[in-house]
Design a protein around this ligand. Structure first.
Ligand SMILES: C[S@@+](CC[C@H](N)C(=O)[O-])C[C@H]1O[C@@H](n2cnc3c(N)ncnc32)[C@H](O)[C@@H]1O
Length: 293
């Protein structure tokens, strides 16, 4: 069988399994699994060995069963980094790159070295992207999942990022006595009731502890707003990813915790996705964020 025939067959299986973009996913699966360039995919003259064909079939069966492509291929690109993922760790999402971008723009004019804490670090994607962008910064990532911390450590090694440390534990516990110039987080924020309505790729394969934001989805925002002032230096920055419809509640929480100069940023779909604020302002100076930049 040649590669084009296999591509068509896999696309057909994907279509029958209800996968949204069957042809595109078949293409990505084959190109990601075999050393085959995009131009070779649509040529009828690239024969597959028996081993290659059965390898592709085994991966296609997994995808048809709902397993996300990123777990099957084992990695995803995030902010120019190759991030390894697999069962037990959340797959980094494109909108989280926006959180990284906003955090970078808030820190870009500060004089290094500074320190950054990524709470709920998962695969380490946010901490690693920031550590790479600011090589003089000291970056910490914490997460309660052992599997996530194993992936994060591997991702630091494989991307040759040395100014980052990952620590296992509940939220601020692993950095109990430390203060940072910036706290960033993409915490679990799905309402518990809503988890069973998510698409099967997420609901049945991604770790529930990476999704579950408690009965109202805001449990982590309450804990973070409460803990952040104790862990931020003067004029420290807080940057959070938020879910659909959560901006008002999270704004209220962080304002109540003393954060000022709050900004809400929309994602590519027009959804309010990122919220930032400045904490522990040096009150006597009357400085605003604009003065600090
Ligand atoms: C939405 S995922 C974000 C992962 C990663 N930062 C990203 O953006 O792809 C949330 C993460 O929070 C972690 N988590 C859940 N409960 C936690 C807790 N109590 N303390 C620390 N991390 C927790 C999960 O293990 C998961 O890795």
């Amino acid at each position: 069988m040649n590669v084009l025939e296999k591509l068509r067959k896999i696309a057909q299986v994907f279509e029958e399994s209800g996968i949204e973009n069957p042809a595109k996913e078949a293409e990505i699966l084959i190109a990601g699994a075999l050393p085959i360039g995009p131009s070779e995919l649509y040529r009828g003259d690239r024969e597959l060995s028996r081993e290659e064909a059965s390898f592709l079939s085994s991966l296609a069966v997994r995808r048809a069963g709902g397993e996300p492509l990123q777990y099957i291929l084992g990695s995803v690109e995030f902010f120019g980094l190759k991030i390894h993922v697999g069962r037990g760790v959340l797959i980094p999402r494109p909108e989280t790159e926006l959180l990284v971008e906003e955090t970078i723009s808030l820190l870009a004019h500060r004089r290094p070295p500074f320190s950054i804490l990524d709470l709920c670090a998962g695969s380490g994607c946010i901490a690693l992207a920031l550590a790479k962008r600011f090589p003089e910064a000291e970056v910490y990532g914490t997460d309660a999942s052992e599997a996530a911390m194993v992936y994060a450590t591997q991702n630091a090694r494989e991307n040759d990022v040395r100014n980052v440390r990952f620590r296992l534990g509940n939220l601020f516990d692993p950095v109990r006595d430390m203060r940072f110039d910036c706290i960033v987080s993409n915490p679990p924020y799905i309402r518990r009731e809503e988890i069973r309505t998510l698409q099967r790729e997420v609901r049945d394969f991604e770790p529930v502890e990476a999704l579950d934001g408690g009965p109202d989805g805001s449990a982590f925002y309450r804990s973070i707003s409460k803990g952040a002032p104790r862990h931020l230096k003067d004029n420290g920055v807080l940057a959070l990813e938020i879910g659909y419809g959560q901006s008002r509640e999270v704004e209220r929480l962080i304002r109540q915790a003393g954060f000022q100069d709050i900004r809400i940023i929309k994602d590519f779909s027009g959804i309010e996705r990122i919220i930032t604020g400045m904490g522990n302002p040096v009150r006597s100076s009357g400085l605003t964020r604009a003065d600090m930049l």
